[in-house]
Design a binder for this molecule. Structure first.
Ligand code: PGA
Length: 905
């Protein structure tokens, strides 16, 4: 943040490091201009002291940094934290910009479609095979509102504006005056500096919906059609179905969130319809402006002539312009559809009166008439890409934009079903029945048409709420079509009865139709999330798929059944290595079960951004899936801060969706990278490693007396719960057991305290006890699953810092407890580090990714002082200091550390 001149050169050649420096200097200017030289000097002195510690970790440098931090007044501390927070935000912009630049020559990399297709060709997979796979494929990023994004939308918006200016500045072909760009950047950074980083009030579901809608509108809608077009071109012009489709949980995931109701479901879908239809209206309008073709000069097909005639557009200006007339008619029908589906007129009213479209297919049919006429009388190039993309958009997004999933916990379903059965006089105590008894009863109920719900009975609030949202889902199917809600996820699934309970509830809402061949437009997907449940999943699904009604339901939807697997909760339950292994094994066993049953498996990966919640490279993650488990169909949750970093701009979205597509194609069509004999050998080793890691992890977390007390004192878990970053409460129940804590605050708090425990603990114990080091090295070299597991762990460890963790442990008052638990953590950390380096042959973390290692190192000086201040402020806060700046300071440090660490929530 030093006061060097604003601009060095027109910066197409700036590296991310130079760009970070440039933005940092602008921030320094802003702070000096708005808060004065003294404020700037204080922050700058601290910055230099922290950077000096990272250059040369001498005790006197540390002491100097500590002295400066201790000397800060509360006002200065808050300003300083904001300074570092904003610096990290600006550094992220530079990093993301570089990540979004597609390096020339990168096409050969397997992440890129060209590279993936070339690799497949080397394996003898022809373009027709790829096209055939895509015909039955589904690749779906599913946006969720999991509360790990600490930034306000206003902050993200400023960042986007800055990112656009930085990109423009680097573009030497852009004639914009560089000084004007610098001035605009200065202004945006000044606005950012004066924008409050913390939310004043808790985020509501409606805000979460609005945030997701903006990502869908700005990034997904423009990018997905073009990506399909690119795939078709690369496949030599083959036509492929719409395989990339977004999903969302926002407004429908009510597991542990009492604020998600029938009303939010309606709001989400109406908002989605508005975005989709507005896009279509805009595009039709633009086409209308463009297609000024006169019938006196060119011919049109009879179908187009008929469409023009039927439009009712009698304007004398357009009488000889059949395309424009046809498009006016389409516009009018879309505008009416807008009114019907969203309840409001679109901002640009139609000039004609027309009937709404009953379904997106009717819109596609009309647009295809236009396209066919253009092609017949001018050729493909004449038809252009805008119309193609619009037709593709209508096929991907329909009138619903993204499939909205519903989710609820199995325990709630059980209680609701029990109440309905009791009130209807079918079963006095359903919950007391054994699982087979429950399954049998549910199947009997599902076999006939009689309903349980009576308008004259009075049900509990919970039951009424559940019935309401199901009825809202049925209404949504009538309004927006069955593509609007396709899946219903059951958290904490353990048995077949869990699935049938939901079908029974769907029946009550008219969504499940009994009969010889039952039908249900909503697929019920179990979510298996503890180690025990993952282990049981294959048997549960085997039992389910042998039942005729389950098979009939799957067959009616193309022979597919989805199973969701949870990364975070399995990690919290069994630790990092065991969770990864349990997920791998369950997937593999599920693939066998499904292969036997003849039904296709669709795995839905419930993962977050940080490694402890299944994060890490999406490409490596998908490629590392066990053989036979992808099969062209995959859904993956995208949450929190990951949404902005992967989909924040169209360029990033295009790149990340392409990566997802390449990885899915390779995982589906390339031969397994690991030889089956090796896989068997490696799996046996993993069994041993996983058992040892689990024992070490559970020994610490669940079996060490007082561990919970340690955790609550030595991390900011309580303070994180006070952040207003999500609509849902941070715990499902009032219990404070670790088992009952949600995975997000668990992982988030370990990240803040820089222990990153969920990303590694137990691994060192397992690896060090394993005698055959040569085998471990072979596993790392030859097995993508193991390599990805270690590589992700390496990233986590690079962001951890055991000395900083020690500062947090000082918050634990009981000295004995502190010594025991921190001693275990520290010994485990050192063991894990040593083992990792030995097996990978690296000398430092992230040895396999030096560029990332450098980026992480560059950030650490901006994080560490925030950790030190956080510890100090937490100490004061917990001692009862009531000055609002103490709490504000803590919350700002949480933001600042999260911004610096990036994927930490
Ligand atoms: P859940 O998600 O608590 O909503 O099941 C866990 C996670 O994503 O970490």
């Amino acid at each position: 943040m030093s006061a060097a001149p604003l601009r060095q050169s027109r910066a197409s050649s700036l590296s991310d490091r130079d760009e970070v420096r440039y933005l940092g200097r602008l921030l320094g200017d802003v702070i000096r201009d708005f808060d004065g030289k003294a404020a700037f000097d204080t922050i700058e002195e601290l910055r230099q002291a922290s950077v000096a510690v990272h250059r040369d970790d001498a005790p006197e440098r540390r002491a100097e940094l500590a002295r400066l931090l201790a000397g800060l007044s509360l006002d200065d501390a808050v300003r300083f934290i904001r300074g570092f927070l904003n610096f990290s935000l600006l550094a992220n912009i530079a990093e993301d910009r570089q990540a979004g630049i597609v390096p020339s020559g990168s096409e050969t990399r397997p992440e890129r479609l060209e590279g993936a297709l070339a690799e497949l060709a080397r394996h003898g997979v022809a373009p027709e095979d790829v096209a055939a796979t895509l015909a039955g494929a589904l690749i779906s990023p599913v946006l969720t509102a999991h509360p790990t994004e600490v930034r306000r939308k206003s902050v993200i918006d400023r960042e986007s504006a800055i990112a656009a200016l930085v990109a423009g500045r680097a573009d030497t072909s852009d004639p914009a005056d560089p000084d004007a760009v610098d001035a605009a950047l200065y202004r945006q950074i000044a606005l950012l500096w004066q924008t409050r980083p913390l939310r004043a009030v808790r985020l509501l579901v409606v805000d979460e919906i609005a945030n997701a809608l903006s990502v869908m509108r700005e990034s997904l809608m423009p990018v997905l059609p073009a990506l399909h077009r690119r795939v078709e071109t690369l496949l030599g012009g083959a036509s492929v179905g719409s395989f990339l489709k977004p999903g969302s949980w926002i407004g429908g995931d009510r597991d542990g969130n009492p604020f998600v109701t029938a009303e939010t479901l309606r709001m989400a879908l109406a908002g989605q319809a508005r975005v989709a239809l507005q896009h279509y209206l805009d595009e039709v309008h633009a086409l209308g402006a463009e297609l000024s073709i006169s019938a006196s000069i060119a011919s049109v097909t009879p179908a187009l002539a008929a469409l023009a005639e039927a439009s009712g557009d009698e304007s004398p200006h357009r009488q000889d312009e059949p395309y424009r007339r046809a498009l006016s008619g389409i516009y009018a029908r879309l505008a009416e559809t807008h009114v019907e589906l969203t309840g409001v007129r679109p901002p640009r009213a139609a000039k004609l009166l027309a009937d709404a479209y009953a379904a997106p297919e009717a819109l596609i049919a009309d647009l295809s008439v236009v396209r066919d006429s253009l092609i017949t009388h001018g050729g493909i190039r004449f038809a252009g890409t805008r119309l193609d993309d619009l037709i593709r958009a209508a096929s991907i997004f329909g009138f619903h934009l993204a499939a909205l999933d519903m989710r609820q916990n199995s325990g709630i379903h059980r209680a609701v079903v029990a109440e309905l059965l009791r009130e209807a006089g079918v079963c006095a105590d359903y919950e007391a029945l054994s699982v087979p008894e429950r399954t049998a009863l549910l199947r009997r109920e599902l076999a006939h048409r009689r309903l349980l719900v009576s308008p004259f009975a009075s049900y509990s609030e919970e039951t009424r709420g559940e019935l309401d949202i199901l009825r809202a889902a049925a209404e949504a199917h009538r309004r927006y079509g069955p593509a609007s809600i396709r899946n219903y996820l059951i958290s904490h699934s353990t048995c077949v009865a869990d699935l049938f309970e939901v079908y029974l509830l769907l029946k009550e809402a008219g969504l499940y139709h009994p009969g010889d061949v039952p039908a249900c437009a909503v697929m019920v997907s179990p979510l298996f999330e503890t180690i025990e449940d993952l282990e049981a999943a294959p048997a549960v699904m085997r039992e389910f798929l042998t039942l005729p009604e389950a098979r009939a339901l799957a067959e009616a939807r193309g022979g597919v059944q989805e199973v969701m697997i949870g990364y975070s909760d399995s990690n919290k339950d069994g630790g990092y290595l065991t969770s990864n292994w349990a997920l791998f094994e369950a997937s593999l066993a599920l693939a066998d079960v499904f292969a036997d049953s003849g039904i296709r498996l669709q795995l839905f990966h419930g993962r977050g951004g940080t490694v402890g919640r299944g994060g890490g490279s999406a490409f490596a993650g998908i490629r590392a899936q066990p053989p036979g488990t992808v099969g062209g169909r995959i859904r993956i949750t995208e949450q929190g801060e990951v949404i902005a970093s992967k989909y924040g701009t169209p360029a990033l979205a295009a790149l990340n969706l392409e990566t997802m597509t390449s990885a899915t194609l390779l995982a589906t069509l390339a031969p397994p990278e690991t030889d089956p004999a090796d896989l068997a050998r490696f799996s046996t080793a993993m069994e041993t490693l996983s058992a040892a890691a689990r024992a070490a992890y559970r020994g610490l977390v669940y079996e060490t007396p007082g561990f919970n007390t340690y955790f609550r004192a030595a991390t900011p878990v309580g303070e994180i719960a006070e952040l207003k970053i999500g609509s849902r409460p941070s715990s499902r129940t009032k219990s404070d057991r670790i088992e009952d804590l949600r995975a997000i605050p668990w992982v988030f708090s370990w990240s803040q305290s820089r222990v990153m425990l969920p990303g590694w603990f137990g691994v060192g114990a397992a690896l060090s006890a394993f005698p055959d080091k040569a085998l471990l090295k072979a596993m790392n070299a030859e097995w993508p699953f193991f390599a990805a597991t270690l590589s992700n762990m390496s990233m986590v460890l690079a962001k951890s810092d055991i000395d900083i963790a020690a500062l947090y442990s000082d918050l634990v008052e009981d000295e004995g407890l502190r010594g025991t638990v921190f001693g275990e953590i520290s010994a485990g950390w050192h063991r894990t580090r040593d083992q990792l380096l030995e097996i990978t042959g690296h000398t430092e973390f992230l040895g396999d990714d030096p560029a990332l290692a450098r980026r992480v190192r560059m950030r650490l000086p901006y994080i560490e002082p925030l950790n030190a201040l956080q510890v100090e402020l937490i100490r004061r806060y917990r001692r009862g200091e009531t000055d609002a700046r103490v709490r504000e300071g803590i919350h700002l440090t949480i933001n600042g550390i999260a911004a610096g660490l990036r994927n930490s929530g």
